[in-house]
Write a protein that binds this ligand. Structure first.
Ligand SMILES: Nc1ncnc2c1ncn2[C@@H]1O[C@H](COP(=O)(O)OP(=O)(O)OP(=O)(O)O)[C@@H](O)[C@H]1O
Length: 317
């Protein structure tokens, strides 16, 4: 649905994007995770050409946006909604007036506009609030207005620029749940940027980790968790690094269907002590990481059995 290739963007001496390739599949929620200054906002603004990359191409829904002229680009942008960290609402307009704004620009007639605004407010859980002014709303409600406005043109793609960063944890979860519902019900493809791992863990199907204008690793959460040594796995499960000499770190991605740890203790001549670990609910199921010390005559055979059972085994030197 979104394909960015070889994106470069430089501001003076600062290289904000240093050859970024990104593929977002239709219907997924894709998170770009990185610290401040990594280039996330620049990447997002290049995807809808609010910022023109110095080099590279951006294709959305099969259309190469970098090749379009202004009028065509404006039309293409209607299929791409965007929400912002600080909501970017017009304070002089009511909630309904804010949601109607893009429809007015598109030239939608008044009666149809009013019907559509009513529909959109209901979709985001703000029915009955159309006459309120933005200052009368909580942060979460303001972001719901932002989402309704972004969906006015029936986009197939939603870009989210740190949409929950200004919200408290409970409100963040409710906005993320709304995005997840819109993704499922409307088939909306969502590309979000965030500096919060929690956002990635809660809603993303895929993730790219960005550092210094480059993508360090990217893929589905399931793929990255199954990749030994991936940065995503290390950050989600912060076990002490480096792992103590002689220890073994086990990653359980997906349900093995069997109690494999107790199986090896019973079947092999080994002693197993647990040094640390945790379990997280991620897109696609629960994932666990366990650091153990394994001793005994059959330790190697026990590890081979774990590997054969689909457990990712990393042995510290
Ligand atoms: N319009 C601009 N003019 C000059 N430098 C810019 C501009 N926009 C971004 N930069 C620089 O490009 C780099 C990447 O910035 P960007 O905002 O994309 O990062 P980010 O990962 O989104 O960080 P943040 O979350 O702090 O916005 C930074 O060094 C930033 O100072």
């Amino acid at each position: 649905m979104i394909q960015a290739s070889g994106l470069r963007k430089q501001y003076g001496d600062v290289v904000a994007l240093d050859g970024v390739d990104l593929t977002v599949r239709e219907g997924e929620i894709f998170g770009v995770l990185g610290q401040s200054g990594a280039g996330k906002s620049t990447l997002l603004r290049c995807v809808n050409l609010l910022e023109r990359p110095d080099a590279g191409t951006v294709t959305v829904a099969g259309q190469d946006l970098t090749a379009l002229r202004d009028a065509e680009l404006n039309r293409a942008r209607r299929r791409i909604g965007m929400i912002h960290q600080h909501f970017a609402l017009l304070s002089s307009r009511t909630v309904a007036g804010n949601v109607a704004f893009p429809l007015e620009i598109m030239g939608v007639p008044k009666a149809e506009r009013e019907r559509r605004v009513g529909e959109l407010l209901e979709l985001v859980g703000l029915e009955g609030r159309g006459g309120h002014r933005p200052h009368q709303l909580s942060g979460g409600q303001k972001q719901r207005v932002g989402i309704a406005r972004a969906l006015a043109g029936n986009p197939s793609v939603l870009l989210s620029d740190e949409a929950t960063s200004a919200l408290d944890p409970a409100t963040t979860q409710s906005i993320l749940a709304l995005l997840k519902r819109l993704n499922a019900e409307l088939g909306l493809t969502i590309l979000l940027i965030t500096h919060e791992m929690n956002v990635v863990k809660s809603v993303c199907d895929s993730v790219a980790i960005m550092t210094g204008g480059r993508i360090e690793e990217s893929g589905t959460i399931a793929e990255l968790v199954a990749t030994p040594g991936s940065r995503l796995t290390r950050e989600i499960f912060p076990l002490p690094e480096p792992a103590p000499a002689g220890s073994v770190t086990l990653t359980f991605a997906g349900d093995a269907g069997r109690p494999v740890v107790s199986e090896v203790v019973r079947a092999f001549d080994v002693d197993l002590s647990i040094l640390g670990g945790s379990i997280e609910e991620l897109a696609g199921g629960s994932v666990g990481r366990l650091r153990i010390a394994l001793e005994g005559a059959e330790a190697e055979a026990a590890l081979a059995h774990l590997r054969a059972s689909g457990v990712i085994v990393e042995e510290a030197a």
